[in-house]
Design a binder for this molecule. Structure first.
Ligand SMILES: [Zn+2]
Length: 202
């Protein structure tokens, strides 16, 4: 359904003579594949909130495991860092975004210089000893498992595609309104869907 919706939406815009310079979507694999293969001149980006949502779930789950509770104090910072990676890289430089992300595991272990050339050091001022948040120790269970999450191939791929400008939040709100009139629990035909929602979209 997501792919069919995308195709119809894109067709409608193209038939109206609109050239799509950038398309921001969620991480739906079929959608990503379709855009990659069929819209070569369109820049494809992934909405930050959708990446953050998946990441948050994994972090919360890990923080509940035995000996991993100290991760709780880092979860918000990790998600803030994700948004910062996108917001601080307006030219969408994939390498720079990935290196900014790769600096995070180091930072959490109190290491503030990094291997990459594009982002060789954290840009925060020196951190004093007054901090409440504890650094993680390398080799501990929470550290090892956190690194598995932060350095997963899939996540790194998503990081390189983060949307640095427009996001889908407004569209999500709009869909939430439509769901009120055409609930997802009910299977409507295409015409039924149009009937339920068109008066709110015109
Ligand atoms: Zn740092």
């Amino acid at each position: 359904m997501e792919l069919e919706g995308l195709k119809r939406g894109v067709n409608l815009l193209q038939q109206s003579g609109i050239q799509i310079a950038e398309l921001v979507t969620d991480r739906h694999p079929q959608v990503l594949k379709y855009v990659r293969e069929n819209m070569p001149t369109t820049k494809q980006s992934v909405d930050v909130w959708h990446v953050s949502k998946g990441l948050k779930k994994k972090l919360v789950k890990l923080a509940r495991e035995k000996d991993c509770g100290e991760l709780t104090s880092w979860n918000r910072s990790i998600n803030n860092h994700l948004y910062w990676v996108a917001a601080s890289t307006p030219n969408s430089d994939r390498q720079l975004m990935q290196e900014k992300w790769a600096s995070l595991p180091n930072h959490i272990h109190n290491q503030h210089t990094h291997k990459g050339k594009a982002f060789p050091a954290c840009i925060h001022p020196p951190l004093d000893g007054q901090r409440k948040k504890k650094w993680l120790k390398e080799g501990t269970k929470v550290s090892v498992k956190l690194l598995e999450i932060l350095q997963s191939k899939q996540l790194l791929k998503d990081i390189g595609m983060l949307a640095t400008g427009p996001q889908t939040a407004a569209l999500e709100s709009f869909h939430a309104v439509l769901n009120h009139f055409a609930p997802k629990l009910v299977a409507f035909s295409y015409d039924g869907m149009i009937t339920c929602t068109t008066q709110y979209t015109k």
